[in-house]
Design a protein around this ligand. Structure first.
Ligand SMILES: N[C@@H](CCC(=O)N[C@@H](CS)C(=O)NCC(=O)O)C(=O)O
Length: 324
């Protein structure tokens, strides 16, 4: 049984929650809702009536997006998103001051007595402070991506949608624009914005992400490893190479194959790689989440969203390419 996620496609809080679920390699039953007609099941679970809401198998309910992000990253944080006070302070600034100005800038007519200009100015002032941080450090709170980066970009996107010319034309926001583009260009953005019809009890129950499936645990997984990488892992205690020349932290997961996919994976990426080992992975000994995600061709491949413990590898034999 998977956790249940009540979500709304364009809600920035739900977007950041879905982003964290994607990063952590998790799969959930996806109940897309219409804000004007919230399902009674959701209100019974969380009477405050906001999305996102995540309901775990044991009945635990999380109905604050930040709580949900933190829970997801506690399951797996393969890109090592930084979580510290500086990140929390920025999220607090976004959720209070920036959201306040964003709403009044975007929907001024819903707030009698407010002027668009004052909120534009105040919102831009916050955006500039974030842009300055990115210019100085690379990410909002330092040289490494943090939970604040992942939590804020859907709100910055909303601001830009409300005022694309003002946002793009403001030279002081150039670092922020570039930062936003990083998220929008990521393949995860498309997955995050997949559409689903509003859920109704007894109706079709899709999963999120819609192009993924759970990895069956009754069959081994395989991973082709450069022999020297596998030797280095013996000293480190775990293996953290995603695929040839790429680290787990860069990619976000370790590429694996089912048995029938190994030969083709070798042919495509490893023929000139020197000594290559075929690791056979016992899924029962893997702690990090496993999820099978669609590759660009549509073929599903199993992915491990964390380090591969050495004891989960039941065999590591030299891979000999099959005769063509
Ligand atoms: N603090 C909540 C805020 C969530 C929130 O306000 N979501 C909006 C949608 S973007 C909502 O559900 N509003 C209820 C409504 O419009 O009826 C969180 O972080 O999850």
């Amino acid at each position: 049984m998977l956790p249940i996620l009540y979500s709304f496609r364009r809600c920035p809080y739900a977007m950041r929650a879905r982003w964290a679920l994607l990063q952590a390699g998790l799969l959930v039953h996806w109940r897309e809702i219409a804000l004007r007609a919230k399902p009674q099941e959701m209100l019974d679970t969380s009477p405050k009536g906001t999305v996102p809401v995540l309901v775990l198998e044991d009945g635990t309910v999380m109905d604050e997006s930040l709580e949900l992000m933190q829970w997801a990253l506690a399951q797996a944080n393969p890109r090592h998103l930084v979580q510290n006070d500086a990140n929390n302070a920025l999220i607090a600034e976004n959720d209070a001051a920036f959201k306040h100005h964003l709403d009044r800038f975007k929907y001024t007519d819903r707030y009698p007595g407010e002027t668009k200009e004052s909120h534009e100015q105040a919102g831009r002032c916050i955006l500039r402070s974030w842009s300055d941080r990115i210019a100085a450090h690379g990410w909002l709170t330092g040289p490494q991506i943090g939970i604040a980066d992942s939590a804020l970009w859907p709100f910055v996107r909303q601001w830009r949608i409300a005022d694309p010319d003002g946002f793009d034309g403001d030279a002081s926001l150039a670092p922020l624009k570039h930062w936003l583009q990083h998220f929008l260009n990521s393949p995860d953005f498309e997955r995050l914005m997949q559409r689903a019809d509003p859920w109704c009890p007894g109706g079709h129950q899709p999963v999120f992400p819609a192009d993924a499936i759970p990895v069956p645990l009754d069959q081994p997984l395989f991973h082709l490893a450069i022999a020297s990488d596998w030797q280095a892992a013996q000293a480190n205690g775990s293996y953290c190479i995603s695929t040839r020349g790429m680290h787990l932290e860069q990619v976000g997961y370790i590429h694996c194959s089912w048995e029938h996919q190994v030969a083709d994976t070798h042919r495509r990426f490893y023929t000139d790689a020197g000594e290559v080992l075929l690791l056979e992975i016992n899924t029962a000994d893997v702690a990090a989440p496993l999820r099978a995600d669609a590759s660009p061709s549509g073929e599903l491949f199993p992915h491990l969203y964390g380090a591969l413990p050495l004891q989960a590898v039941s065999a590591a034999n030299r891979y000999v390419q099959e005769a063509a």
